[in-house]
Design a protein around this ligand. Structure first.
Ligand SMILES: [Fe+2]
Ligand SMILES: [Fe+2]
Length: 387
């Protein structure tokens, strides 16, 4: 055993020094070259699939609406973000509920809906959403949604926990059905017999009356209206415009209540390339609204994986993994994106190259200065189609 090996074995990787980790990796690689089969170190597992076809699921279907999920159960790589595609018929109600383990974000794709939401400070909000609007309900805030018509409304929900669905939805009918009548009588003021008329189990989505256009008054007219809205009109945000497309970006800076997520609508023109980059602080979740694109992910140790995406499909890129998005097809591509942090962070390969002296890049790549001079110095964001 060499001194270096002994030293590394004593030191382990607990020091977490970059030098130590790099030296260990090269040591493992050199051992792999001359080790006998019995001693061969484990190969690195290939990168897992990062694609899921959410709209192709059957999901939950009822007379008043439907819901399709992409949680960690169906889409194992997606541990930190879950998504739901939900449709409500006019008047239909996604009943009063809260989520114990996740905040809820949504983007209205088609139609209109109304929401009520109660905050821990006692303030309540009733507000309407149309295409391009988003909401954010912090973890635990009680809420209800209702389709306003005309026609079905369709919205995309995002949760900042991939496991929210299995353990985390608390519905009012479920709670009442599981509470002894004498307690309900004391607490809610109706005779015990009245509770026989209540649902025996969770209603989830049920039919309801199409409401008046003007929002109905809240039962407690003395209640303080919400001073911090749960609504943000994402499509009304001034976009960041790039040569090959644009991005509407909403982080907690623009929408202070949205503390745990950043949302982006990204539009790619035909032939565009969302340039090579990574996100140091967050996983990235994408839903394809229209058009197609190809993503290639780089996950260390030379591992890469490419997947293609189209309408109704979801992508998940793990925190810190390098990636780019190549637009495909003649129609523009529209993608809704979530990051599981309220602060948006990105490092582009181009900025990194600009942030180093030429001589270091010459030696790192083994190329002449004349080639280094042609490399970008600053990010473009979204590159336009090749001329
Ligand atoms: Fe919800
Ligand atoms: Fe990204």
């Amino acid at each position: 055993m060499s001194e270096e090996t002994k030293h590394l074995q004593t030191e382990g990787i607990s020091r977490r020094s970059v030098f130590g980790a790099a030296a260990l990796a090269s040591l493992v690689a050199s051992q792999a070259a001359d080790a006998s089969p019995a001693e061969e170190p484990k190969a690195f597992a290939p990168l897992p699939s990062f694609k899921f076809d959410i709209e192709n699921q059957t999901g939950w279907v009822g007379e008043a609406g439907s819901a399709k999920e992409a949680t960690a159960a169906e889409f194992p790589i997606s541990q930190s973000i879950a998504g739901v595609s939900m449709r409500l018929k006019p008047g239909a109600i996604r009943e009063l509920h809260w989520h114990s383990l996740a905040a809820e974000w949504a983007y209205m794709l088609e139609g209109r809906c109304r929401a009520t939401v109660i905050s821990p400070n006692g303030q309540s909000e009733i507000t309407d959403f149309g295409p391009g609007d988003t909401w954010y309900f912090p973890r635990g805030h009680g809420h209800l949604l209702q389709g306003l018509g005309p026609g079905e409304c369709h919205f995309l929900l995002g949760f900042d926990n991939g496991h929210f669905s299995e353990f985390g939805t608390f519905s009012i009918t479920d709670w009442i059905a599981g509470t002894p009548p004498e307690i309900l009588t004391r607490n809610l003021g109706l005779p015990a017999s009245a509770f026989a008329q209540f649902p025996k189990k969770e209603v989830y989505i049920c039919p309801g009356k199409v409401p008046e256009r003007a929002a109905e008054r809240l039962r407690d007219t003395q209640l303080q209206p919400a001073q911090f809205s749960h609504k943000y009109r994402l499509d009304m945000q001034p976009p960041r415009v790039f040569p090959g497309g644009r991005e509407f970006l909403v982080s907690s800076r623009e929408f202070p209540i949205q503390t745990s997520l950043t949302s982006i609508r990204m539009d790619l023109q035909p032939g565009a390339l969302r340039e090579m980059h990574w996100h140091p602080n967050a996983d990235e979740w994408q839903y394809y609204v229209r058009g197609r694109a190809r993503i290639r992910v780089f996950g260390s140790h030379g591992r890469t994986r490419t997947e293609e995406f189209g309408p109704g499909q979801v992508a998940f890129i793990q925190q810190g993994y390098g990636h780019y998005v190549e637009q495909m097809g003649d129609e523009p591509t529209e993608i809704l994106i979530l990051f599981n942090s309220g602060e948006y962070q990105e490092i582009s390969l181009a900025n990194w190259l600009g942030g180093n002296p030429s001589s270091l890049l010459e030696d790192n790549f083994g190329i002449p200065k004349s080639m280094v001079e042609q490399l970008p110095k600053r990010e473009t964001g979204i590159l336009a189609k090749k001329a």
